[in-house]
Design a protein around this ligand. Structure first.
Ligand code: PHE
Length: 467
């Protein structure tokens, strides 16, 4: 085993990498639709309360576990003297594995759309839904299904890019990649924001995003915002523990947590302010929130009616591509770091084999979207045993059960076993006093676990989708 652990080459490198992990499809694809459905301003307000009160303490906990243990996520809890929490580490590892299987495939779809807007935007506009299904192996006109080879190839390319970055290692690969990718992402985001805000009719959408419809401030909206925050901040998985373990002792974890959470939230909110007004301006209020295919289907209408639409469409998917790549890289690093440390395997073959396996499992995900009727199995107390499409079952498993459980494990670990004092000591190691220590202790002991338990209960007992 390496006795010298990899470290970030610079402070900025870590922040960009952690923000790169957090800023992903969740921010740009999922957030705007949810913000729309949750009443615009009402959702925004709740989200902006949840991030500092629950998201930040949870992220600070994960980073301090990582740095204190100097270990991969599975061994981290044992190294800190609490072997009983090993399951939390395993859960984090497993959930990262399952998510990567499908996240990388959605990344492949995004890559496909980058090309679609570059070379055949007219085809996308002519029949957005048909085009989307066509990509996934279903021809609505002929009512026939086929093997979606092309999009699988795009997913393979996406995975290969990630593998390449991971093989390069922490400093040369992940850090460098994010140093280019993240500024590019911010730049594109700003261009798109200016474009969307200046579209005729966009004001109505902007107003909607800023209006506070109290009828929409419901427990349901709150829970949707809460689970979105966990997903968006990359919590409940191996990521922040692993990335924290590469952080030098001289770094201020509290400040880093604040910066990463702020950047992530900023991107989500700006994405909301791009997509919702643009959809309002071009499709009207009914055009927003059309479920899973939203980023691929509804947005086609937006770009079609926008001057220079194909170009801005291309930019949008490029943005999504950067976001998805940096997030996938973080997921895979968590998976690979464990295998390298625990098994003593080499980085290159480990990365190639795990990425290969995840790609293959992901093929089932893509194929079960429309091409083949592959089913998964699911259970909740409201509906009993059901057999949803395999792709849905995979997402249910991670979003409804595994992420909340992983997050719960970390919060309870820091709140009640390792104790907030240990996390605070880890924060203060850099020589700066942690001024919010008291508030942190309270939030991580009571507020964060209660919130996560609530998510778990609602999805298990009511069968409601919160993702
Ligand atoms: N946070 C990422 C997003 O918003 C998703 C992700 C989750 C990435 C967990 C890594 C780990 O899309």
């Amino acid at each position: 085993m390496d006795d010298k652990r990899a470290q970030w080459g610079s402070k900025f490198g870590f922040i960009l990498a952690a923000a790169g992990s957090a800023v992903g499809l969740g921010n740009i694809w999922k957030f705007p639709g949810k913000a729309f459905e949750g009443g615009g301003g009402a959702f925004l307000l709740m989200y902006l309360l949840i991030v500092p009160l629950i998201g930040m303490p949870a992220m600070l906990s994960e980073l301090s576990i990582g740095r204190a243990s100097q270990s991969n996520v599975v061994d981290a809890f044992g190294k800190l003297g609490h072997k009983g929490y090993g399951w939390t580490g395993w859960m984090g590892w497993a959930v990262a594995f399952i998510i990567t299987c499908y996240y990388s495939h959605v990344g492949g779809w995004v890559l496909r759309y980058v090309f679609s807007y570059a070379i055949e935007s007219q085809k996308v506009y002519a029949d957005p839904l048909g085009y989307f299904y066509g990509m996934l192996g279903y021809d609505p006109a002929a009512e026939a299904t086929f093997m979606p080879w092309l999009v699988l190839l795009f997913a393979l390319i996406f995975m290969a890019i990630c593998a390449f970055v991971i093989i390069k290692g922490v400093e040369d690969g992940i850090e460098r990649f994010n140093k280019v990718g993240m500024p590019a992402l911010f730049l594109i985001l700003i261009v798109l924001f200016v474009r969307a805000a200046t579209l005729p009719g966009a004001m109505e959408g902007l107003r909607y995003m800023l209006s506070l419809d109290m009828a929409k401030v419901t427990p349901q909206t709150f829970l949707i915002a809460l689970s979105q925050a966990f997903y968006s901040l990359s919590l409940g998985m191996s990521i922040m523990v692993t990335y924290g373990s590469y952080l030098p002792k001289s770094e201020d974890i509290a400040k880093n947590t604040f910066l990463v959470c702020t950047m992530d939230t900023l991107v989500a909110v700006i994405a909301g302010f791009i997509v919702v007004p643009a959809v309002f301006a071009t499709l009207g209020p009914d055009g927003v929130g059309k479920g899973g295919g939203f980023a691929f289907v509804s947005l086609a209408g937006v770009f079609e009616h926008m001057p220079g639409g194909a170009f801005f469409g291309f930019l949008f998917y490029l943005l999504l591509l950067f976001a998805a790549l940096t997030s996938s890289v973080s997921l895979i690093e968590g998976i690979v770091a464990f295998l390298i440390e625990r098994k003593g395997w080499k980085r290159t073959p480990t990365t190639l084999v795990t990425c290969g396996v995840m790609f293959l499992i992901g093929c089932l995900y893509t194929c079960s979207q429309a091409a083949f009727p592959l089913k998964g199995i699911w259970f909740d107390f409201a509906n009993g045993v059901t057999f949803p499409p395999l792709c849905d079952a995979m997402e249910f498993l991670t979003d409804r059960i595994m992420i909340p459980l992983g997050a719960l494990g970390c919060c309870v670990f820091v709140g009640w076993s390792w104790k907030p004092e240990s996390a605070i000591a880890e924060v203060e190691r850099c020589g700066v006093r942690f001024r919010l220590a008291k508030a942190f202790g309270f939030l991580i002991k009571f507020v964060a676990p209660a919130a996560v338990i609530l998510i778990l209960c609602v999805s298990l007992f009511t069968g409601t989708t919160l993702s």
